[in-house]
Write a protein that binds this ligand. Structure first.
Ligand code: ADP
Ligand code: MG
Length: 243
């Protein structure tokens, strides 16, 4: 099986004033099915730009990107949109939840796009909400939920159609530390269940929850490290010997 994600020297630059910003510069990486990867780096280091390339929201200016062995450059816009809906769960700070839809309806949305019949949609969305501990908040509106609960609804929505890849950009960015701990525990659970997660963060303590950490600086990878058993013991995360 090809790696889930494979990039070869991808770059993305933006013109700015008279100069060019190299937001992502010559990034090569390979991510296997079932990995939990943190992409870390200071603000402005290119993390969100890399996520938008991996999420097929933007096209690189150069380099190659294959998702599940399919070369993205060869895909039509329609196919890219279909892959985004079906194979990728986005947990980005914006856009968050639809304000005029209940928690349950928000989680159902990807299933609506996928053409899943109503009864099955309800059932699947309820299961996903249950999974994030919000079964009893199904009929709440987003403004009736705390920040952490809203983020859990976003996570339920991202995983409801069982995507191959979950992309999270600063998923704990606006949360207090105990709430962000809950969110990170949810990610760890998803990882244990075999989901592939790529999570962007500028915070070391958040990145430390992932097995593998890729560090960006000025758009380039400066480190790509897999955690030692010692750190996993400290965090009391069981090491998965299959990876
Ligand atoms: P991070 O998520 O690590 O904070 P970003 O990927 O958002 O970094 O940004 C990387 C660099 O690219 C920054 O200098 C930013 O200002 C610039 N940049 C990002 N998106 C755009 C854009 N659409 N147009 C121009 N510059 C951009
Ligand atoms: Mg960012």
């Amino acid at each position: 099986m090809p790696p889930l994600v494979r990039t070869i020297g991808i770059s993305k630059h933006y013109p700015s004033g008279g100069t060019i910003i190299h937001a992502v510069s010559n990034v090569s990486l390979s991510i296997e099915h079932g990995e939990f990867v943190a992409i870390r780096g200071r603000s402005g280091s290119g993390k969100s730009t890399l996520m938008s390339l991996l999420g097929l929201l933007e096209r690189p200016d150069s380099g190659e990107y294959a998702l599940r062995g399919r070369e993205a450059a060869r895909l039509s816009e329609d196919t890219r949109a279909a892959i985004r809906r079906k194979d990728i769960g986005f947990i980005f700070q914006l856009p968050a939840l639809l304000p005029r839809a209940t928690a349950l309806e928000n989680v159902e949305l990807p299933l609506v796009y996928a053409g899943v019949p109503r009864a099955k949609r309800r059932r699947t969305a309820k299961d996903a909400l249950d999974r994030v501990g919000l079964a009893d908040r199904s009929h709440h509106w987003p403004n009736q939920l705390s920040g952490g609960e809203q983020q859990r609804v976003v996570i339920a929505r991202a995983m409801v159609n069982d995507p191959a890849l979950i992309l999270a950009d600063e998923p704990t960015g606006s949360l207090d530390s105990s709430t962000s701990d809950e969110i990170l525990s949810l990610f760890e659970g998803l990882h244990r269940d075999g989901h592939t997660i790529i999570m962007v963060t500028h915070a070391a303590e958040v990145a430390n929850r992932a097995r593998r950490q890729i560090t960006l600086h000025d758009g380039r990878i400066i480190e790509d490290a897999v955690a030692s058993g010692k750190r996993s013991l400290l965090n009391a995360i069981p090491l998965d010997s299959s990876q």
